[in-house]
Design a protein around this ligand. Structure first.
Ligand SMILES: [Ca+2]
Length: 222
C-alpha cells in the first residue's frame, strides 16, 4: 500500500510562481528514517503505547500512541551529546528561490523544558541524502510540551552547490551532554509542500512523486 498521498495542487496564479504540491508521510508502512546525524539510536516503527526515558536510564514516561493512524516513529538520544537529527523527508531537484514548507508532530510533555523537538534543514545534492552542503536554518521554536505538538518552517531555497533540502527532526535533551543518559522521542505525520518540479522522498516503501529518485534511495539504504 502506498501512504504517500497527494493532498494539494495549488493554483498557478498563487505566489510563489511555481505550482506547489503537498504530500504527507505517517509511518503507516513500516518505515523509519532516511538517515541521521549525531548520537541518534533506536530508530523504530512503533504502534500503541510506548514507555520511554526523559534523560534517565530507566523508563519514566509514556506515549499513548500515534498522532495519526496506528504507527509512528521512535528514536532516542544515547548518550546525550550535541544535537542529534533524524532525516524524515528529502526534497530534491530544487532551484534557488523555490519555497519549501515542512512540518511534523513531535511528542513532548514538558512545557518550556527539554526533552523537545525542533524542525530544521540542511542542503544536500539530489543523488545522496547523506551529503551535507551546509545548514538551511529552521524554526527556533520547540514543541510546546502539550502532548503531540506541531513544528513547521518555510525555507526559500538557496542551496549554493546543492539542489536538495533534507528535513531534520532535531532532538534536544537535558542535560545536553551527559553519559550514560538516554532520552526517547516519538514523532508522526510529516508534511511537505514544494514546487511541482521537485521530488519529495519519505522513509519507508512509499513512492515519491517521481519514481526514478526512489530507485536511488532504495539502492542507498538496501
Ligand atoms: Ca502515523
Amino acid at each position: 500500500m502506498r501512504y504517500l498521498i497527494l493532498i494539494a495542487a495549488l493554483t498557478l496564479l498563487a505566489v510563489p510562481a511555481h505550482a506547489q504540491v503537498g504530500s504527507y508521510y505517517s509511518w503507516e508502512d513500516g518505515g523509519t528514517i532516511l538517515g541521521s546525524y549525531g548520537n541518534l539510536v533506536g530508530e523504530a516503527n512503533v504502534s500503541g503505547p510506548q514507555m520511554g526515558s526523559q534523560g534517565s536510564t530507566l523508563p519514566d514516561y509514556t506515549c499513548a500512541g500515534a498522532y495519526d493512524g496506528e504507527y509512528y516513529l521512535h528514536v532516542a538520544e544515547d548518550p546525550h551529546s550535541g544535537t542529534p537529527q533524524a532525516f524524515i523527508a528529502w526534497v530534491t531537484n530544487l532551484n534557488d528561490g523555490d519555497e519549501v514548507t515542512a512540518s511534523f508532530y513531535g511528542y513532548d510533555i514538558t512545557p518550556g523544558a527539554s526533552p523537545s523537538w525542533r524542525i530544521w534543514g540542511h542542503y544536500s545534492d539530489s543523488i545522496d541524502v547523506t551529503t551535507y552542503l551546509g545548514s538551511a536554518g529552521g524554526n527556533s521554536d520547540y514543541t510546546a510540551g502539550t502532548g503531540w505538538d506541531l513544528v513547521s518552517y518555510t525555507w526559500v531555497f538557496a542551496g549554493g552547490n546543492g539542489n536538495a533540502l533534507v528535513i531534520e527532526a532535531r532532538l534536544y535533551s537535558t542535560p545536553s551532554t551527559n553519559d550514560p543518559d538516554h532520552t526517547d522521542y516519538w514523532c508522526d505525520y510529516v508534511c511537505v509542500t514544494s514546487p511541482a518540479h521537485s521530488t519529495q522522498t519519505f522513509p519507508g516503501d512509499s513512492t515519491p512523486v517521481e519514481g526514478s529518485t526512489w530507485a536511488i534511495i532504495k539502492a542507498l539504504f538496501r
